[in-house]
Design a protein around this ligand. Structure first.
Ligand code: AMO
Length: 426
C-alpha cells in the first residue's frame, strides 16, 4: 500500500508498505523509522518490548536510503505524520544503501545544482523535486486531453533530418552512413507536410535539439517541444487556441495537483484570457526606455526584461519584422512585417508560432531571401505544389512552460536529466 492509502481509521488493520528509509531515530528502547514512498511519509514505530528482537536489531541498524518492506499493524497516533504509525511484524531490508550518501534527501543541507544533477537519482527522491515532475506529468496529460478534444491527431516525426529549420541556433551533426544528417531542431517542416497530407490538425510532443553555445538559465541543448499545426486558419486562430490551452492547463494543475503545489509552496491562479497582445513595434518602444535598439533587430535579454517588467504575466508579441523570423512565416501585405507571434511570460519566451507561407512561389523566394538553397528543401517544397491548404501553428517549450508556472529559477530544474554545454551525463 502507498502512504496515502492508509488513514488513522484503518487502526488495527494489517498492511504492507515499501519504500526508502528517510530517517532513523534510535531512542534506546524505542526506534522510529520514517519510511518514504512515492506519495509521502509513514512512521514505523518499534518499541523494544513489543517487536521481536531480530526485527528490532535489524531496524535500528538499517542505513538511511535503504529500501525496506514492512508488514505490520496500523495504529492511530496523533503525533505521527498523517495521524498513524505502523507497528511491524515483519521488517525486510530489500536493498541496503551505502554510506555516506552522495546527497542529502532530507531538505536539511542545501546542495549546489551541479552536485544535485551529478546525483540526480538521489536528488529526484526529494519530495520538492519530485513535485516538479508530478506537475509536469499533469501538464503533458492536460495538453494532450485538451488538444485531442479539439480534434488534434498525435503524430511522431523524424528526429534524424537532413536540413535546418530554425535560423539562429546551430544543428548537431550526426554520423549517418554516407549521408549528411542532423538531430532535428523542430518538427516544423514535417508538421507542415502533414497539412498537405490532409491531417488538418496535428500535435506532437517530442524532443528538439539545439546546439546552443551559451549556458543560460533558459536554454537546454535538448528540450521538449509541444508542436501543433492546423489547416484553414491563421495566426489569430492558433493564438486563441494557445491561450485557451494555457488557461486549461492551469485549471487542471490547480484541480489535480494541490498536494504538489503545497509542497512547492505555490498558489496558482488561472490566467485571464485573452492575453494582452502588443506588436513588435510597440514592444521595441518600451525596450527603448532602457537601451538603444533599431527597428528590425531581435529583442535581446535586456530588451525582454524591460518589456516583461512592464507587461508581466502572459502576453503575445505580434507583427514581427519578416527579416528576423524563419522563411516559412507568411508576411503581411506590407512585407516588412509578418504573421509571426511569440507567447511570453514576463521576459521568458514560451512559444512561437505563425501563419505559414503556403504559396509555393512565395515560399521559394523566401527561402532564397534567407540565403538558403531551395534544392535542399525539395522534399518539403514538393508538398506545396499539389494542393497545400492555408495553415498556421506554434511550438511551445514544455520546460519553459513548467519553469514559468512553477517559478523555477533555472530551466534545468524542469528536466529530469538536462543536457547543456558541459553536461551529457547522467
Ligand atoms: P522556436 O525556435 O521559437 O520556434 O522554438 C519554440 C519554443 O521552444 C522552446 N525552445 C527551447 N527551450 C529550451 N531550450 C532551448 N534551447 C529552446 N529552443 C526553443 C521555446 C520556444 O519558444 N518551429 C517553430 C515553432 C512554430 O513556429 O511552430 C520553432 O521551433 O519555448
Amino acid at each position: 500500500m502507498r502512504s496515502t492509502e492508509i488513514t488513522p481509521e484503518k487502526d488495527g488493520e494489517q498492511v504492507v508498505v515499501a519504500g526508502w528509509v528517510h530517517e532513523v531515530r534510535d531512542l534506546g528502547g524505542l526506534v522510529f523509522i520514517v519510511l518514504r514512498d512515492r506519495e509521502g511519509f509513514i512512521q514505523i514505530t518499534l518499541p523494544k518490548k513489543v517487536v521481536d528482537p531480530e526485527t528490532f536489531r535489524k531496524a535500528r541498524k538499517v542505513s538511511r536510503e535503504s529500501v525496506i518492506m514492512v508488514e505490520g499493524t496500523v495504529k492511530k497516533e496523533d503525533k505521527a505524520p498523517n495521524g498513524f504509525e505502523i507497528i511491524p511484524k515483519k521488517f525486510e531490508i530489500l536493498n541496503e544503501s551505502s554510506a555516506p550518501l552522495p546527497l542529502e534527501v532530507t531538505e536539511k543541507v542545501p546542495a549546489e545544482l551541479d552536485t544535485r544533477l551529478d546525483n540526480r537519482f538521489m536528488d529526484l527522491r526529494r519530495p520538492k523535486i519530485q513535485a516538479i515532475f508530478r506537475i509536469k506529468s499533469q501538464i503533458v496529460k492536460s495538453i494532450r486531453d485538451f488538444l485531442y478534444s479539439e480534434g488534434f491527431i498525435e503524430v511522431q516525426t523524424p528526429k534524424i533530418v537532413s536540413t535546418a529549420t530554425e535560423g539562429g541556433t546551430e544543428l548537431f551533426p550526426i554520423s549517418y552512413f554516407e549521408k549528411e544528417a542532423f538531430l532535428n531542431q523542430s518538427p516544423q517542416l514535417y508538421k507542415q507536410i502533414l497539412m498537405s497530407a490532409g491531417f488538418e490538425r496535428v500535435l506532437e510532443i517530442g524532443p528538439i535539439f539545439r546546439a546552443e553555445e551559451h549556458n543560460t538559465t533558459r536554454h537546454l541543448n535538448e528540450a521538449t517541444s509541444v508542436d501543433i499545426e492546423m489547416s484553414f486558419t491563421d495566426h489569430e486562430g492558433v493564438m486563441k487556441l494557445l491561450e485557451r490551452l494555457v488557461a486549461k492547463v492551469y485549471e487542471d494543475v490547480i484541480q489535480n495537483c494541490e498536494k504538489f503545489l503545497n509542497i512547492l509552496e505555490l498558489k496558482l491562479e488561472v490566467p485571464e484570457i485573452p492575453f494582452p497582445r502588443i506588436t513588435y513595434t510597440s514592444a521595441i518602444e518600451i525596450a527603448r526606455k532602457s537601451q538603444e535598439i533599431p527597428w528590425g533587430e531581435d529583442l535581446d535579454l535586456q530588451a525582454l526584461k524591460t518589456i516583461g517588467a512592464e507587461l508581466g504575466g502572459f502576453y503575445f508579441i505580434t507583427e514581427w519584422p519578416t527579416k528576423i523570423k524563419p522563411f516559412y512565416v507568411m508576411p503581411f501585405e506590407d512585407e516588412k512585417i509578418c504573421k509571426s507571434f511569440d507567447l511570453m511570460y514576463g521576459y521568458i519566451e514560451l512559444a512561437s508560432g505563425a501563419q505559414r507561407e503556403h504559396r509555393y512561389q512565395k515560399l521559394v523566394e523566401s527561402i532564397k531571401a534567407k540565403g538558403l538553397r531551395p534544392e535542399s528543401f525539395e522534399f518539403y517544397l514538393k508538398a506545396f505544389r499539389y494542393g497545400m491548404p492555408p495553415h498556421a501553428g506554434w511550438g511551445l517549450g514544455l520546460e519553459r512552460f513548467v519553469m514559468a508556472m512553477l517559478n523555477l529559477s533555472n530551466i534545468r530544474e524542469a528536466m529530469l536529466f538536462p543536457r547543456d554545454r558541459t553536461r551529457v551525463s547522467p
